[in-house]
Write a protein that binds this ligand. Structure first.
Ligand code: UDX
Length: 435
């Protein structure tokens, strides 16, 4: 099928390449000429495992093209909207500027019978408003939320755990059938395909992210209790996680969640609920947010306390800058936030990361960056693990770290290290919510 994808960021670029990889003819459109130039060469403008491969395959096959010209959307049967919906600068609500611009820019190129499929995460009610404009052209609007995780985006797009398509009123059933064809390989595998109204589809996405954020903050709240009782939150998580109703995933206590989705999505959800007069229904999301942010303070405090009450002029090795491993995304990264706070306390902070240094340097040039993990650790007074890349969590042994520095303080912001091994090697180990 001929498809267009408007917006070629983390969501759109992956979607365009993934759709080409399953056999569609896809044009990706973005206003950012530099991004389009990179993508057109079959290169990924950001770090995402598997993306360079499907991009270059798609370009080589001729099925995948990128352009800044919206007119290229003409003739596509389905137009996916994958632009960003960041948090507004002066509030918690989502900024819909890019979604509105994408849809309005697309309108002149729509033909009757076309389908516009929104993928961006939007406040509930947005799709119904957009539908009026889209349907005036004879095209149909559906909402098809995206649940991809950065780091696993290619796999999550080609082989999602569910597909959700929200459709409006009469005659829109045909649109759901077209989406079923778009996702034919996943549908053939028996992937659940759920057809809803527009509002439900919009809400599915924010509800899923709100639940995930709540799960992480729940275990981080237990970490806070563990810290004053001497309990171990990782054992607690293992034990409650065996209950299949609870499950162990997303019970990783540490410095909490960040990234381009969970933080802004729970805030936008709160803001929208307030507008709808139901602020109290999701008032708990404020607590979820606050618990999450408190964990960054806790990590900083553990370093300062471990250094005897002051980080001033101490060399601190910060392992990780990305908001999570397998990503170069530093949007709302707890890791980088901890590094910046330590820098603000007068510490000599050196940050390393396998993928995110360039992005981090652009936003926080005041920090020192070092590509080599070992050079980062060399002569450090304290080491803090804040992004659980395998290079730090699995591959770094305490014996090796001991050969690089005489400092013997390690703070494990992700509870990813073997506490017993580090202690046995003579290190003072502090985890999050662990004795
Ligand atoms: C999230 C959702 O998972 C995805 O479905 C949605 O489409 C977009 O938002 P993503 O932002 O890529 O995906 O990251 P995710 O893997 O959910 O992690 C979010 C944050 O939570 C990271 O900072 C991660 O380190 C943190 N996290 C995750 C924890 O602190 N503990 C955990 O147990 C799991």
């Amino acid at each position: 099928m001929k498809l267009s994808v408007i917006g070629c960021g983390y969501l759109g670029a992956v979607h365009a390449a993934a759709m080409a990889s399953i056999g569609h003819e896809v044009v990706g459109i973005d206003v950012d000429a530099r991004k389009i130039e990179v993508l057109s060469k079959g290169e990924a403008p950001f770090f995402e495992p598997g993306l360079p491969e499907i991009l270059s395959e798609g370009i080589a096959s001729g099925r995948l093209t990128f352009t800044t010209d919206m007119a290229a959307a003409s003739g596509a049967k389905v137009h996916f909207i994958g632009v960003g919906t960041p948090q507004q600068k002066d509030g918690y609500a989502a900024d819909l500027t890019y979604v509105n611009a994408a849809v309005d820019g697309l309108l002149p190129y729509l033909s009757p019978g076309d389908i516009v499929a929104g993928k961006s995460t939007v406040p509930v009610g947005t799709a119904a408003e957009l539908a009026v404009r889209v349907e005036a052209t004879g095209a149909t609007l559906v909402w098809n939320p995206e649940f991809l995780r950065e780091g696993f985006a290619v796999q999550d797009t080609i082989d999602p755990d569910r597909l959700v398509v929200g459709v409006s009123g009469d005659g829109a059933d045909g649109a759901a059938e077209v989406l079923r064809e778009v996702y034919a390989p996943a549908v053939a595998k028996g992937t659940p395909f759920i057809v809803t109204d527009l509002a439900t589809a919009e809400l599915v996405k924010v509800a899923a992210n709100a639940f995930l954020a709540t799960k992480i903050s729940f275990i981080n709240a237990m970490a806070e209790i563990a810290e004053v009782t001497g309990a171990d939150v990782t054992q607690l998580a293992d034990a409650i996680g065996h209950d299949v109703r609870i499950g162990r995933r997303f019970l990783g206590a540490g410095i909490g969640f960040g990234g381009g989705c969970l933080p802004k999505d729970i805030r936008a959800f709160s803001a929208r609920a307030e507008e709808l007069g139901r602020g109290e229904s999701v008032a708990f999301l404020r607590e979820v947010d606050e618990i999450n942010l408190r964990r960054r303070d806790r990590a900083v405090q553990l370093v300062v306390d471990g250094l005897g009450g002051s980080a001033f002029n101490k060399k601190i090795a910060v392992l990780g800058a990305a908001f999570k491993p397998h990503s170069d995304d530093i949007r709302d990264s707890p890791a980088l936030d901890v590094a910046v706070r330590l820098h603000g306390l007068g510490a000599r902070v050196t940050v390393t990361d396998p993928a995110a240094i360039d992005n981090a340097r652009r936003v926080h040039p005041q920090l020192t960056y070092e590509a080599s993990r070992d050079e980062t650790i060399r002569d450090a007074d304290a080491v803090i693990l804040v992004t659980e890349w395998d290079e730090y969590r699995r591959d770094l042994t305490p014996e090796h770290a001991s050969s690089l520095t005489g400092g013997r303080l390690v703070v494990d912001g992700r509870n990813g290290l073997d506490a017993a091994a580090w202690r046995a090697a003579g290190w003072r180990y502090h985890g999050m919510g662990r004795p």
